[in-house]
Design a protein around this ligand. Structure first.
Ligand SMILES: Nc1nc2c(ncn2[C@@H]2O[C@H](COP(=O)(O)OP(=O)(O)OP(=O)(O)O)[C@@H](O)[C@H]2O)c(=O)[nH]1
Ligand SMILES: [Mg+2]
Length: 226
């Protein structure tokens, strides 16, 4: 993979299920990657940090079965979550995922940003809509990402963002169109992530900050962040 100027270092910290196994907070802010099974969470993480096989990717939904923690640039921690919903995994295992994910979202003190991934070919369901609402209630910054955007013809990309954004109650320009396959959207994703992590303390800065990409990106509206 080509160099990514945003990435200086990445280390696997640990996998965890129970709260007692979560890594000790180090003062670094944390970012969670959430979304339905097979939406492309682990692929997004690998692309984000420029490593082909850091997080395990699979055609079979249900590949990621634990909370997997990584430290990036000594600046933040990322948690790759198991997927929600219709995974082809034994129901005894799947039954534990709801509490594992919800327990993490509710209880993880350093958590600042929730990346909510939605497949470009699906409609966000009650679970995704609920998570978006949950973010504003809990004071988490929401970073919505539409994955596998390489599957959508260029002319259909904006309508796709508008449709998914509409369901989530967000303006289309707040969604990042992303492809782990081609790297489309990677730079925008990094810029939004860095801005959310860097300006966490002041909501007004997050809401009001303009994107440093002349012409390419409209400035963001205030809906849905934090
Ligand atoms: N075309 C295309 N395929 C992708 C993209 N991202 C992921 N995939 C494929 O989608 C499948 C699932 O990817 P994962 O990254 O394992 O998805 P996940 O959300 O981590 O899945 P779970 O861990 O099972 O919840 C794999 O076959 C990937 O190769 C993308 O941007 N474009
Ligand atoms: Mg995964």
């Amino acid at each position: 993979m080509a160099d990514n100027p945003h990435v200086r270092s990445v280390e696997f910290i640990k996998s965890a299920v129970a709260r007692k196994d979560w890594p000790d907070p180090t003062g670094l802010p944390e970012v969670a990657i959430a979304g339905r099974s097979n939406v492309g969470k682990s692929s997004l993480l690998n692309r984000l940090v420029n490593r082909r096989r850091l997080a395990r990717v699979s055609n079979t939904p249900g590949r990621t079965q634990l909370l997997n923690f990584f430290r990036v640039n000594e600046a933040f921690v990322v948690c790759d979550l198991p997927g929600y919903g219709f995974a082809k995994v034994p129901s005894a295992i799947k039954a534990g995922w709801g509490p594992m994910i919800e327990g993490y979202l509710d209880g993880r003190t350093p958590l600042r940003v929730l990346m909510l991934l939605v497949d470009c070919r699906r409609e966000p369901g009650a679970w995704e809509i609920g998570l978006a609402t949950y973010c504003s209630q809990r004071g988490l910054a929401l970073l919505p990402v539409v994955t596998k955007i390489d599957k959508v013809p260029k002319a259909q990309r904006f309508p796709t963002l508008a449709r998914i954004g509409g369901t989530l109650g967000l303006p289309a320009d707040q969604l990042v169109a992303f492809s782990a396959e081609t790297g489309e959207g990677l730079d925008l994703l990094w810029r939004r992530l860095e801005r959310l992590l860097g300006t966490q303390a002041t909501r007004s800065e997050v809401d009001g900050a303009a994107e440093p990409a002349p012409g390419a990106e409209p400035a963001e509206g205030s809906g849905g962040v934090g």
